[in-house]
Design a binder for this molecule. Structure first.
Ligand SMILES: [Zn+2]
Ligand SMILES: [Zn+2]
Length: 281
């Protein structure tokens, strides 16, 4: 069974990615949460081009990626989970949840350390918030993230199937929780007990520093609640809040070529925790 899933992993990944992207795009047209400020065509071109560049970069630098690493680790019986006699289901659940926690910590780190923030600010520079914002990550951030994920796989001995499930889930929830979609308050309230909703993650894309530095979770909302980084709603409300970063407000400077060099030439502002501590803000 596992071999079958792994054999068809590309089909599964592309199927979930395009399927959820299309569903979210339809939902955004039928029930948009906020009016968009930029032309969708330009933004979608940039954001979809970035996901393509990211995929090529990962393929070139880490041909086997995290799944290849998991298979290698499994063969050599390395890592914690490969040495515990857990039932398969429990080992997979532990692997998925551990990877999600690692991605939460990594996200906090990308906000904390100024050099990492320079890479991550490309994600936050989007002046609108819609499903394609969920795939807008700088290729160097994606490569670093893959390196971190592979290290977690080695140390914890996470199985290849758990890695595949986690990667498909993360992709799906990222497309979902960046959706510019209307969700009735009661349903949002119930959903955000188990998964990060668009209403929850939108707060993270606020231009206000204290709101940008909250709600770091991608899959489950529990880490934010556990570590005190949870923020229920944006102060200005979802309709009136400003999306993006205060130092990047010119759409002509946010086209694809500018986005790729943003970490090198862009002004990081005072969003990252450590730059603010040093500046005494
Ligand atoms: Zn962030
Ligand atoms: Zn985001």
């Amino acid at each position: 069974m596992t071999a079958l899933f792994l054999e068809h992993q590309s089909v599964l990944r592309f199927g979930f990615f395009f399927g959820i992207l299309i569903l979210m795009a339809i939902w955004e047209v039928l029930a948009p949460r906020r009016p968009l400020t930029m032309s969708k065509r330009g933004r979608w071109f940039s954001n979809l081009s970035i996901v393509f560049i990211d995929a090529v970069a990962v393929r070139l630098v880490f041909p086997g990626a995290a799944i290849g690493m998991a298979l290698f680790v499994e063969r050599h019986q390395w890592g914690l989970l490969n040495n515990l006699a857990l039932p398969d289901g429990a080992a997979i659940a532990a692997g998925v949840i551990s990877l999600d926690f690692a991605i939460y910590l990594q996200h906090v780190m990308f906000h904390a350390v100024p050099a990492f923030w320079r890479l991550h600010m490309m994600h936050h520079s989007d002046l609108d918030f819609d499903t394609t914002t969920g795939i807008r990550f700088h290729p160097i951030e994606i490569l670093l993230s893959m390196g971190i994920k592979m290290s977690v796989v080695v140390v914890l001995g996470i199985s290849a199937l758990a890695v595949l499930i986690f990667e498909i889930l993360l992709n799906a929830t990222s497309l979902f929780n960046h959706g510019n979609v209307r969700l009735p308050g009661r349903i949002d309230g119930l959903l955000r007990l188990i998964v990060v909703t668009p209403e929850m993650h939108r707060v993270h894309h606020s231009v206000l520093i204290r709101e940008t530095n909250s709600n770091f979770g991608f899959n489950v909302p529990w880490w934010d609640r556990l570590f005190g980084t949870y923020r229920n709603q944006p102060a200005a409300g979802h309709q009136d809040m400003t999306i993006g970063l205060s130092q990047f407000r010119d759409p002509r400077r946010l086209t694809l070529p500018w986005l790729l060099v943003l970490p090198m030439i862009g002004n990081p502002g005072s969003y990252s925790f450590w730059s603010r501590t040093k500046a005494g803000i």
